[in-house]
Design a protein around this ligand. Sequence first.
Ligand SMILES: Cc1cc2nc3c(=O)[nH]c(=O)nc-3n(C[C@H](O)[C@H](O)[C@H](O)COP(=O)(O)OP(=O)(O)OC[C@H]3O[C@@H](n4cnc5c(N)ncnc54)[C@H](O)[C@@H]3O)c2cc1C
Length: 408
Amino acid sequence: MENFSDVIIIGGGPCGSYSAWNLVKKSVNVTVLEEHNEIGVPCHCAGHLSINSLKNLGFYPLPGKIVENVFSGAKIYSPSGIELPLRFTAPVTCTVNRSLFDKHIAQLAEKAGAHYCLGTRAEMLITDNGYVKGVVAKRNHKTKFLGKAVLDAEGTASKILRQAGLAPPAKGKFVYGVNAEVENVKDIENDTVEVFLGRKYAPGFYAWIIPKGQGQAKVGLGTKTGNPKMLLQKFMQKHPIASRKLQEAKILREIYHTISLGGPIPETYSNGFITVGDAASQVKPTTGGGVIFGLNCATIAADVVSKAIKNNNTSAQFLSTYQQRFTKLLGFDMKIMLKIRRVLDKMSDEKLDEFVRLCRKLHVENAIKNLEEIDFQGKTLLNALQSPKTIASLAYLLIAYLKQQVKI
Ligand SMILES: Cc1cc2nc3c(=O)[nH]c(=O)nc-3n(C[C@H](O)[C@H](O)[C@H](O)COP(=O)(O)OP(=O)(O)OC[C@H]3O[C@@H](n4cnc5c(N)ncnc54)[C@H](O)[C@@H]3O)c2cc1C
């Protein structure tokens, strides 16, 4: 069997569906292949998103019960449990039900004219004369989906990406994440997200508690080494602060997935092929958040691909403007975040304790209480540098890092 559309999209996650929506709005004919039978299921994500960025994408307020909670505070705990409370003048972030969020974007795309094939796994790219021209996919039997271009939004697995001759995100930069939905959580403030640093429970990343209200929360962590399931149990049962909140909590669901922290892959396009979202590692290296950057890149990808279709030119050279445009948007912030990630990875728990202690002493929270932007962290940092308190705490981070590098 054969099907034809202008563009075949692999993956009905947020980046695939948002690309689809933007393409059909530009009168491009789109088919989305999603391997699961239901959009947004299973959901591996905590769905913690910046309200400002959602507004900039035209997505806020969101309908129905997609938004589960909003936050105007955060507590950061150092490895030994020193608390850095942050309070903002207005809600800065929200947590969304990722299944409903993904469904919402897919519905927008479908209503606008995108065609969805659920339970359909893309297995192999079809090439003709050095150009990607479609996909062999499997539902009950193998089907060819032919098109003028393929947009790959398959997430971190990046299996299809390799077939296009592109280098996948570096495995060495992955952390292994777990997110659990839990109930019967105690001693949490509903408008405050909690972040726990330290190698003992989340080596190479951090752990989180994101309240949903009525004693429910999303609890999770990422880790570079070790078993995330066992680390989650240890975090809930043994962490000196988190265990007081979570010891009696019941896990309702938990799911495991990788997060790529190495920054965007060096090349995201080839003849007739373009990749977006986690597949291209368009993820914040500091926090592992990938939804907002992925959606921003999906807007650019859809614009470039629609122009390629209209100009009848899907060459790598034409599609390369996608890479140039998203690098212009994210490049500076990515560079800064990659540096921050490197510093954090090198810092011992003792140094992190000292850093949090210093931030407390300097009342850094006052310098960032009007914070709105949390995604483009390079620019946020530049703004925050107007405050001597932030300069002092960052200088400390830098000195700690340099000492670690030259071992003095
Ligand atoms: C534990 C954890 C917590 C996280 N928390 C946050 C958070 O709080 N905030 C945030 O911004 N980000 C978070 N992230 C990251 C976020 O989940 C991703 O950045 C985001 O989902 C990327 O969207 P995507 O569309 O690129 O990929 P995905 O959401 O992974 O979607 C890819 C889709 O492609 C489908 N697919 C894959 N291969 C094929 C194939 N061959 N054929 C057909 N379909 C295929 C998959 O089934 C899936 O539906 C978290 C990640 C993890 C692991």
